[in-house]
Design a protein around this ligand. Structure first.
Ligand SMILES: Cc1cc2nc3c(=O)[nH]c(=O)nc-3n(C[C@H](O)[C@H](O)[C@H](O)COP(=O)(O)OP(=O)(O)OC[C@H]3O[C@@H](n4cnc5c(N)ncnc54)[C@H](O)[C@@H]3O)c2cc1C
Length: 432
């Protein structure tokens, strides 16, 4: 161990969890270094992305108030697709048009770098282009990090290094993961005139839309597509379960799925004329609470995606507000531990208690079995077919006399839904 004096805290990763932790600790006057392997905070982050701000307002009020978010979301859309048709459900809501807004679209490169400036203003050393390679240990406890051949001893390390967290793994804080626990996500950003975005989506200036796609876009595999309106761009992407892709034995490549997705008329009409500015890919944790393991050990806490704190319910994708809230809670406990000169695993386990009492683990616990429900392939094949065929029949007027609408609907329901499998699915939905 180096003889250099210990600083209060080292934070690994400059995503939202790391930045939130650094912000809270620096605001308390702690000496903090944040190390980010990317060119700048935000440069390596991939998010859909829409952030729900109601849950985090109390943790970082000034950040939520002043952040350079893109648009507040006033319109939710769900597109269910088969190979040849689609059904679009749209929900608008006056409440979402009023402050305080529930959720905003966000571009991470912009938001994270702005957040990093606020963190630096609080006195934290934010060091980009510095990858942490290893942990330092002292008497069986984490005692700092090794980065680029340099040792940085610290009273507390907060690992916020994202979904594949090597820091958590090195500290033995990671649940055993399988391909079933992850999805691969591809995202593109298309630049488009704000007025065109507003006209196409029926929005007023600053208002945004969030759109999810399910069904044929993933060829029946677990996953779906997304589209979010930013100020002057659209974020468009596709998420597919890695396990489901592997079962196809390499027959389906995710980038080809993405090409086909953007070429679908239901997507193309929105993206049309846009200039592709960004392409990125990332993994996303789909394990839910089963992927949350131990969250701390002597000298170290884990926050955000690194701790497995992410929740996909099909209709909502949440990770960013979990990252921010867990980062702040990790920092609060680290601050108290430093003040008490007790960074033992037992003291730091207060963090787990805090998370359990907060929306983070309560929501994850409530939706403990959501993955089992969402993995059902019928959700991506049978139900989209049912909806599309039902609407097609109801709206079709052909040369033959038309059957009564109720009979038409029942025929389709009997074909797809009113079966033993449908009954089992119905029972399984109680898990959500
Ligand atoms: C395509 C996609 C769409 C998503 N959509 C949404 C959405 O709409 N809403 C939502 O709430 N969530 C969404 N998520 C999830 C959300 O992006 C994450 O939950 C969130 O970014 C987690 O933040 P984090 O700070 O924990 O991790 P990250 O944002 O991944 O940050 C980790 C940081 O650590 C750095 N790092 C890693 N290893 C090291 C190292 N050894 N040394 C130094 N630095 C290191 C990385 O470069 C990175 O900057 C989406 C994710 C994906 C992939």
């Amino acid at each position: 161990m180096s003889s250099i004096e210990k600083i209060d805290a080292v934070i690994v990763g400059g995503g939202l969890a790391g930045l939130a932790a650094a912000y809270r600790l620096s605001a308390s006057g702690r000496q903090v270094i944040l190390l980010e392997r990317g060119d700048a905070p935000g440069s390596k982050n991939v998010s859909g992305g829409r952030i729900y701000v109601d849950p985090i307002r109390r943790y970082v009020p000034e950040i939520v108030k002043e952040a350079p978010f893109e648009r507040h979301v006033v319109k939710e859309m769900l597109v269910v697709l088969t190979d040849t048709g689609s059904v679009l459900l749209e929900h608008g809501n006056e409440r979402w048009r009023q402050e305080p807004y529930m959720s905003h679209t966000v571009l991470r490169a912009r938001f994270d770098s702005w957040f990093a400036d606020r963190v630096a203003e609080k006195g934290c050393f934010v060091i980009p282009k510095r990858r942490v390679d290893d942990l330092l240990w002292e008497d069986g406890r984490v005692a700092g990090v090794r980065a680029g051949g340099e040792e940085i001893p610290a009273h507390v390390v907060i690992a916020a290094d994202g979904a594949l967290s090597f820091m958590a793994e090195k500290a033995g804080l990671r649940a055993r993961r399988t391909p079933r626990d992850y999805a691969v996500a591809i995202k593109e950003v298309y630049k488009l005139d704000p007025k065109i975005i507003e006209d196409r989506f029926g929005l007023s200036p600053n208002e945004g839309a969030a759109c999810l796609f399910m069904g044929a876009v993933t060829r029946g595999m677990f996953g779906g597509g997304f589209l979010y309106t930013n100020k002057d761009s659209l974020s468009v992407g596709l998420v597919v379960g890695i396990d489901a892709l592997m079962k196809e034995g390499g027959a389906i490549e995710s980038h080809r799925l993405m090409e086909a997705f953007v070429a679908r008329p239901e997507v193309e009409r929105w993206v049309r004329g846009g200039e592709l500015k960004e392409y990125s890919a990332h993994v996303i944790s789909e394990a839910g609470i089963q992927g949350v393991h131990k969250l701390c050990t002597g000298g170290m806490l884990v926050a955000g995606d690194a701790a497995g704190l992410a929740l996909n319910l099909g209709l909502t994708v949440r990770g960013m507000e979990f990252a921010i809230a867990s980062g702040v809670m990790a920092a609060e406990v680290a601050d108290a531990a430093i003040a008490e000169a007790d960074t033992s695993g037992q003291f730091l386990s207060l963090y787990e208690e805090k998370l359990k009492e907060s929306f983070v683990l309560r929501d994850m616990e409530t939706f403990r079995r959501s993955r089992e429900v969402l993995e059902n392939p019928r959700l991506f094949t049978v139900y989209p077919k049912f909806l599309c065929e039902l609407f097609e029949s109801l709206f079709t007027v052909g040369s033959e006399p038309k059957a009564p609408l109720y009979r038409t609907a029942m025929e389709k329901a009997r074909k797809y839904v009113l079966k033993w499998d449908g009954f089992k699915d119905f029972l399984s939905f109680r898990r959500m």
